[in-house]
Design a binder for this molecule. Structure first.
Ligand code: ADP
Length: 205
């Protein structure tokens, strides 16, 4: 199958993490979650972890400089070139989106699609209050959702202007939502169209 380079966007609590795992399993892409990368750095008490911990606990964003460096470094690993990637949690700001564009340009690669998992604010707030992650205090949740509106919503325009954005209704069962996402990937990415036509030819033999 051709490799896909994808981004998934969506409010905190939109089910992005769960859907990311399903997408990666189906398309063989590498799941790059910047939240997970940071949490593992915190757990290891690395220099990055020590820098990020307080920022994360307060619900603020880690600086673009740190995040761009972290992701650029991750793209040096061959697995992404070989298997494709789903970026989850990055980019979160327009500056990060511009950095991603340069990282890919430097490798002669393009993004295939940005999937926006759309779930209304009242539903994500309830979902987040119901889970019990250490950084999910009501104050931190509000702070993160406010930041999302401010920093991340402009990203939707950024991806739209590059003709990459496809919104998917994120309300429904995991299976229903995943079916909508797969349909969107199939309809809107050149690489998956090519591999689908190869599959069809093979099936016809
Ligand atoms: P959530 O979607 O609930 O915010 P994540 O796992 O994506 O969860 O991220 C957890 C925290 O890690 C964020 O609140 C933020 O502090 C930090 N973080 C993750 N990705 C980024 C990023 N791209 N830019 C800045 N900070 C980030």
């Amino acid at each position: 199958m051709s490799t896909l380079k994808m981004v998934i966007l969506g409010r905190q609590g939109s089910g992005k993490g769960t859907q990311s795992l399903l997408i990666c399993e189906a398309y063989g892409a590498i799941h790059v979650s910047t939240g997970e990368m940071l949490r593992s750095a915190v757990a290891q008490a690395s220099t990055l972890g020590l820098q990020a911990q307080q920022i994360m606990e307060s619900g603020s964003l880690v600086s673009d400089e740190i995040m761009n460096g972290l992701v650029a470094e991750r793209f040096n690993h061959r697995d992404i070139t070989e298997h494709g990637v789903l970026l989850d949690g990055f980019p979160r700001t327009v500056a990060q989106a511009n950095a991603l564009e340069s990282i890919l340009e430097g490798r002669g690669q393009d993004l295939d699609i940005a999937i926006n998992l759309d779930v209304p604010l009242d539903i994500v707030t309830d979902r987040m209050l119901a889970r019990s992650r250490k950084d999910d205090t009501p104050e931190a949740i509000k702070r993160r959702l406010d930041l999302y509106e401010k920093e991340t919503e402009p990203l939707l325009d950024w991806f739209t202007s590059r003709n990459l954005l496809h919104s998917v209704d994120g309300v429904g069962s995991e299976t229903e939502v995943f079916a909508r996402i797969s349909a969107s990937i199939a309809d809107n990415t050149e690489a998956s169209r090519l591999s689908a036509s190869v599959d069809t030819r093979e099936a016809q033999r």
